[in-house]
Design a binder for this molecule. Structure first.
Ligand code: MN
Length: 433
């Protein structure tokens, strides 16, 4: 007998991959995990029939010739299946998209690409073999790609994820259904916790980062808390969020954290306490805790461990051109053109920033046929300047609020740099370091 399975606590990428294995290797039976990830439960419940799963217990006493494992290379994550496989010496083939070089499943051959999802690797194989899928099958597979890639926005996304997504759309995948599976808040107690958390959550500025914190006592463990935390993250949009859930009766502390900044590495931060995960998502469970005391202690730890936020002075352009306010508009226009600039700070006799001249201002002068007027007649006089301490979040706010594209940075009365839209976008592109 030949069998295929994914990791324990099957998620949507795992389910989508298994579905594709069934199409690519029809003589393999799929085996289900005894645990379904809360995020995948809705999809699993509605499409269970498409998988025709065996339970791990049904492997007892069977002779297994070949095994396909999807979406993991880690032995502990497939232990529940191997516990039921005896008297067999199966050949093992793995399809995965995580740390494939660190595979600890002995004797297995490992295939895959550094794709956003395992579905994308198997989807490429299905495309190459000209396999057609039913719309329902395509929907299941596409949900896997969307879930593992944050709807095709995470850093791990590559061209193949898009190619396979396009193929699945051709096969009739429903984006409306995929979207509904990605919405993980379906239980009443999740909604209850969400409302409570939104009431108690508060923001602190720590090392220049906007950090959201919430602390909630729970009577019982609630399933799907991670989805609640993701939702709060969406609503509040902090740089990072630390959600503390304490169960007094069990003295158990559960900490779930999310980060939007490379500089806030949650795996590194929680590892110290025995937790972990990824840079952008991690969690920690501790028993025998005094909840409020742990919370206080952890805040102190954050103050000491967070790397300082990037500030305006770290990303500003330092070689700043300036013009004098008595220059003619015509000369100013030629100057901007020669330097390929869209705007320039204007300084007076004392070298103090007295205004800002943008292409827009020059256009006004041109329309009025006043190109020989001095710059000071057309420049923007109430120029918004700032000092280099400003955080990137504040820079962003100033750009939007004042509808400006250049923010001169002045320190001790002297112009030391300018932050432009370009500088800001470069910073954002580097994942808000
Ligand atoms: Mn995956």
């Amino acid at each position: 007998m030949n069998i295929a399975f994914g990791h324990s606590n099957m998620d949507m990428d795992c389910l989508g991959s298994l579905l594709l294995v069934k199409k690519l290797f029809p003589d393999y039976r799929l085996v289900k995990s005894n645990l379904i990830h809360p995020a995948a439960r809705k999809l699993y419940t509605l499409y269970e029939d498409y998988f025709d799963f065996l339970h791990p217990e049904e492997l007892q006493g069977e002779g297994i010739d070949h095994i396909i494992i999807v979406d993991t290379c880690t032995a502990v994550r497939v232990k529940e299946y191997f516990n039921h496989i005896q008297h067999s010496d199966p050949r093992i083939r793995i399809f995965d998209h995580h740390n494939r070089e660190r595979c600890d499943i002995l004797g297995a051959s490992v295939e895959g690409g550094a794709y956003g999802a395992t579905v994308s690797y198997l989807g490429k194989l299905a495309m190459a073999r000209g396999i057609s899928l039913k719309p329902e099958e395509a929907t299941i597979a596409l949900a896997g790609i969307y879930a593992d890639t944050g709807r095709l926005t995470y850093e791990n996304v590559c061209r193949e994820d898009y190619e396979v997504a396009a193929y699945l759309l051709d096969m009739g995948a429903s984006l409306r259904l995929v979207k509904s599976f990605l919405d993980n808040i379906i239980e009443d107690d999740q909604i209850l916790v969400l409302n409570q958390v939104l009431l108690v959550a508060g923001t602190s500025i720590i090392q220049g980062h906007k950090i959201l914190l919430s602390y909630l006592d729970l009577e019982e463990q609630v399933r799907g808390l991670a989805a609640v935390v993701d939702k709060v993250m969406d609503v509040e949009n902090p740089d990072a969020y630390f959600a503390f859930f304490f169960i007094p009766r069990k003295k158990t502390m559960l900490l779930i954290a999310r980060s939007q900044k490379v500089r806030i590495d949650l795996h590194e931060l929680l590892y110290v306490y025995g937790g972990g995960g990824h840079q952008s998502a991690a969690s920690l469970t501790l028993k025998q805790q005094d909840g409020p005391e742990f919370y206080r202690q952890f805040l102190g730890y954050l103050e000491n461990s967070l790397k300082p936020a990037v500030r305006a002075r770290d990303i500003m352009s330092r070689n700043v051109h300036t013009i004098r306010d008595n220059l003619s508009l015509l000369d100013a226009a030629l100057f901007l053109e020669s330097k390929d600039l869209t705007g320039v700070p204007v300084v007076n006799d004392q070298g103090i920033v007295s205004g800002f001249l943008s292409l827009r201002d020059i256009m006004k002068g041109r329309k009025a046929s006043q190109m020989h007027s001095p710059v000071k007649a057309y420049m923007t006089k109430n120029v918004i300047v700032s000092d280099g301490q400003l955080t990137m979040r504040e820079v962003e706010r100033i750009f939007y609020k004042h509808h400006i594209a250049h923010l001169p940075i002045v320190e001790e009365g002297k112009l030391v740099g300018v932050v432009t839209h370009w500088d800001y976008l470069q910073y954002k592109k580097a994942f808000s370091q």
